[in-house]
Design a binder for this molecule. Sequence first.
Ligand code: T4K
Length: 383
Amino acid sequence: MAIANPRSDRRNAPNRSFPHPVYVARPLLPDFENYAASLREVWSSAILTNAGPKARALESELSHYLGVDHTLLFNNGTIALMLACRALRLRGKVIVTPFTFQATPHVLAWLGVEPIFVDIDPDSMTIDPAKIEAAITPDTTGILGVHVYGNPCDVQAIDAIGKRRGLKVVYDAAHAFGTCVNGTPIGQFGDATMYSLHATKLFHTAEGGAVAAKDAETIERMEHYRNFGIVDEFTVKDIGINGKMSELNASLGLCVLPLVEGEKVARRARAQLYNEILGRNVRIRVPEIAPIQDGSFQYYCVRLPQRNRAYDELRKANVFARKYFYPLCSNYDCYKHLHSSTPSNLPIANRVSEEVLCLPFHSGLSMDDVEIIASIVSDAATA
Ligand code: T4K
């Protein structure tokens, strides 16, 4: 007698809708009692913010985990990136990828710096070093690369251009927590690297950001900037801002960090299953899956010409995939007037942004859920 396989039964069922919304991300949450115990310490100290002991402890644990000399915490990734760019004295024009979250070029614009968009590599979807050289002018002061979905930029080539042309190199590693390039931690490249610690990220503090940097002066400037420029009670050295992380957020981070490795293992298994099912469909391009020690496992992104159909079919099934990053930053109203935003300057980025779809990716998905989502995408790609 044939034994029913519940997985394929559900996958082929006419109604593949989920009873609850399934989102692209789900925050990794520690046992509540653990967090409550950490908060009790904060309560009894009555130190809630301003570089308190939890924030200092998390900075030190993050430097160790990320394999970098120095980490500074901020209240979100956007402020962290802005203060890193300011500390490195970026001004005039900075070369940047358009294939990113809007925060990346916004940071430059808030500093009064013009983003100069250049095209991306069609495979890694990160900024193409070959296009950077041609975009450098006497006004260029830096390069801002994004390790999109955790895919590392060509860091060797970009760092070499920075050195050769006297430009600062900053990396937006919002998606690349823990990414390594041939065993070297991603935060060791460039002049500064920013990690987003937002709730949707593999490692998070609900809201938060971190910067890894080597140069002592740059670190000192960032430290002043995040606390209004204050040096001591009577000395204000720089025009700073409030960029500090609270003790409540830092406590959460200290409880989440030990869970990250387990989450990566769970995500890798889900990525493998997605790839196994979706990789059978010639119309779908699946990502390469990094070894556990090298990857950030932040997003699972496929590329397919029928992306919009797949997105719509998933929504009918209560699944909220995301078109990260469509529209392209250079096509937003606030940037489309720039000379470098001309679509003919960015053909690959414009094409890729029409094809990408980030599927739900976290340990809260069962393997059955992954099979169902993959089957909906695959059917949409061939319909
Ligand atoms: N650079 C890059 C390359 C970035 O991708 C980002 C942020 C930044 C810089 C700036 O870093 P931060 O300043 O944010 O630290 C989300 C995140 O808010 C944003 O951090 C992230 N990138 C971006 C790619 O994704 P939205 O507008 O898509 O978020 P939202 O609210 O639609 O959340 C996505 C899904 O996650 C929801 O459908 C449900 C789920 N979710 C969300 C939250 C907030 C939860 O389950 N729980 C939650 O608490 O931007």
